[in-house]
Design a protein around this ligand. Sequence first.
Ligand code: X6L
Ligand code: MG
Ligand code: MG
Length: 172
Amino acid sequence: MLQNDTGHAARPQRAALGLGSNMGDPKANLAQAIALLDTSPGIRVLEISPAYRTPPWGPVPQDDYRNICLVIETTLAPVDLLRRCLAVEKQMGRVRDVRWGPRLIDIDVLLYEDTELDHPELTVPHPRMAERAFVLVPLADIWPEARIAGGLTVAQALASCPDRDGVVRLED
Ligand code: X6L
Ligand code: MG
Ligand code: MG
């Protein structure tokens, strides 16, 4: 990737983020996260998906989530983008206790242009997004032609993703 000496990509790059919340007021938490991301230097929010109520995935029993995806334009390099996402989580008061447990806000870097990156802090495309309807359903609303791991588009992966039924679009 083209980079200058500030760790910024030379030109804006398109990336996809996945956001989720199942503590406090999830709608307000997602709105705050969007605002904090959009006002971050080097990040501009281009598209916001509809919100979905999604059953909790993973081994920890917990409340349903509210999930959305964003398409952003960024001059940050992938790992700097991740660090910014984690800083927003922390700024909002996220405390990490139970692995895969309930969270106030979770912000994941899903895709970064066509970049395939395997870094100690970050793998893109997100290696498990193809199995997660709570990611694919909102992402298909705003970036269906994006390619995920394995060469499938988001729309193609969604067509063969189990458990889509539990993912319910929210009107407010
Ligand atoms: C075995 C072991 C099977 C682990 C599955 C699956 C772990 C998903 C973590 C797993 C396993 C996850 C969200 C969520 C989480 C979210 C909804 C995760 C991380 N985050 N469920 N569960 N939305 N609906 O954003 O995705 S924990
Ligand atoms: Mg996550
Ligand atoms: Mg995360």
